[in-house]
Design a protein around this ligand. Structure first.
Ligand SMILES: [Zn+2]
Length: 116
């Protein structure tokens, strides 16, 4: 889009150069053509800067989204770690029959002989 504007500006400028400005009307037309060429040139620069701004905005946006996502996955990671640590911490089991706490390594209750 911005390239089209630059090309149009160049074409209009060149067409203005080819006009033989002899009469006052032709001189006015040539003047207008140079004005239009400079307008196209400015439009091209403005569109280029808009593109750059949009690019920067998109980059910032995706960066913000990815950091937000990282935070969420960090929370999930910590939660997962906490669950794993908790399950590792309970290396004992409670007997269903007598309520006696036995080590995880024992398959039978040390008090009543009930299976785990
Ligand atoms: Zn028991």
């Amino acid at each position: 889009m911005n390239i089209i504007c630059f090309v149009l500006a160049g074409l209009v400028f060149i067409s203005g150069l080819f006009i033989h400005a002899e009469s006052a009307i032709q001189q006015t037309v040539q003047y207008l053509i140079f004005v239009i060429a400079s307008v196209f040139l400015c439009t091209g620069f403005i569109i280029t800067s808009i593109y750059q701004l949009m690019d920067n905005f998109n980059k910032n946006n995706t960066h913000a989204q990815s950091s937000h996502y990282n935070k969420e996955s960090d929370v999930l990671d910590n939660l997962h770690k906490a669950v794993v640590e908790k399950s590792n911490a309970s290396d004992t089991w409670t007997c269903k029959k007598c309520g006696c706490v036995n080590p995880d390594t024992a398959s039978q209750c040390k008090d009543c002989g009930e299976y785990k």
